[in-house]
Design a protein around this ligand. Structure first.
Ligand code: PAF
Length: 278
C-alpha cells in the first residue's frame, strides 16, 4: 500500500480502513529507536499511523525548538521501509489556534525530576498527545521508555481522563557503545560524544548495585569522573509510576534517570532496575 500523508482531521478520516489503529507519536528526525516503536505498532495493529510534529508547546524559550532537526523526506523513507500506512504531519497553525486557551496540566508529577528543569514541558507534551489521540483515535499508542517520565505521565493521563487507549512502552535502543539513540545525538561532536557516554556508563554502574544509597553513590561517581564538560541536571532513583524518589526500604521496579548537557546539547537517559528482589 502506498504511504498516505495526512495534514488534518479530514485526511485522517479518509485514510481510515477499519480494523485496529496504532499511533506512534514522534517529532520526526526518525532513527532506529523510532523504527523499533513502529515495528511494535506494526505487529499489533491493522493500521499504523506515525505522527511527525515538532510541538512548539513543549519547548521552553531557551530550548532548541528552532534548531530541532527537521528531516521530513528521509522520515518518509523510513516510514515506507517500515510499512507505515499513514504519516500525520499537521501544520503548527492547524494544531494550535492563536487564541487557544485550554490545555492539559501534568500536575505535580509534571513539575518534578525532568519537569523541575523544563517548566511547562510536560503540560505541552500531554496537550499535544491528547490532541493527537483525539485526531487519530488510535486503539494503541506506542512510546519509548527512554522518555520514562513522559511515558509515566501519558499512562497517568490515560488513567485519570479515562481514555480508551492502550499504551505500550518500548525499550530504549542504544549504540553498541551504550549511547541511547536520540534525535539530539546529531548535535554532538566526536569529543562531546565521548563525554556523553558517561550517562549510560553511570546508569550501568548504578544498576549493578543493590541498595538505593549505593546505586546513587556509584552512578554519581561515574558522572563526576566525566569532569566539567558534563553538566549534570539530575540523577534520580524513582518509582516508575510516580517519579518520586525511592527510599531505602523500597521494593520492586525503580528507574534510575539522568539528564545532563554536553556543550549546548541536553541528553536524558534511564534504566529500569529491581530493588530488594525476594
Ligand atoms: O517523545 C516525543 O517525541 C514527543 O515528546 C511526543 C510524544 C511526540 C510529543 O510531542
Amino acid at each position: 500500500m502506498e504511504l498516505i500523508v495526512a495534514r488534518g482531521r479530514e485526511d485522517l478520516v479518509k485514510a481510515r480502513r477499519g480494523g485496529t489503529v496504532a499511533l506512534v507519536p514522534t517529532m520526526g528526525a526518525l532513527h532506529e529507536g523510532h523504527r523499533s516503536l513502529i515495528r511494535q505498532a506494526r505487529v499489533r495493529a491493522d493500521q499504523v499511523v506515525v505522527s511527525i510534529f515538532v510541538n512548539p508547546l513543549q519547548f521552553g524559550p531557551n530550548e532548541d525548538f528552532s534548531r530541532y532537526p527537521r528531516t521530513f523526506e528521509s522520515d518518509l523513507d523510513a516510514c515506507r521501509a517500515e510499512d507505515v500506512d499513514v504519516v500525520f504531519h499537521p501544520a503548527a497553525e492547524d494544531m494550535y489556534a492563536p487564541d487557544r486557551q485550554v490545555g492539559v496540566s501534568a500536575g505535580q508529577m509534571g513539575r518534578i525530576v525532568e519537569g523541575a528543569f523544563r517548566p511547562g514541558h510536560f503540560d505541552g507534551v500531554l496537550t499535544v498527545v491528547l490532541k493527537l489521540f483525539n485526531l487519530v483515535q488510535p486503539d494503541l499508542a506506542v512510546f519509548g521508555q527512554k522518555d520514562a517520565q513522559q511515558l509515566a505521565l501519558i499512562r497517568r493521563m490515560v488513567a485519570d481522563l479515562d481514555l480508551p487507549i492502550e499504551i505500550l512502552g518500548v525499550p530504549t535502543v542504544r549504540e553498541p557503545d551504550g549511547l541511547a539513540l536520540s534525535s539530539r545525538n546529531r548535535y554532538l561532536s566526536g569529543d562531546d560524544r565521548r563525554v556523553a557516554l558517561a550517562l549510560s556508563r553511570a546508569l550501568r554502574a548504578g544498576a549493578a548495585q543493590l541498595t538505593p544509597a549505593e546505586i546513587r553513590r556509584t552512578a554519581r561517581a561515574v558522572l563526576d569522573e566525566a569532569g566539567p564538560e558534563l553538566d549534570v541536571d539530575y540523577l534520580a532513583l524513582v518509582d516508575p509510576a510516580t517519579f518520586t524518589e525511592v527510599g531505602d526500604g523500597f521494593e520492586g521496579m525503580a528507574v534510575l534517570a539522568v539528564a545532563a548537557s554536553v556543550g549546548s546539547t541536553r541528553l536524558i537517559d534511564n534504566v529500569t532496575l529491581t530493588l530488594n528482589p525476594s
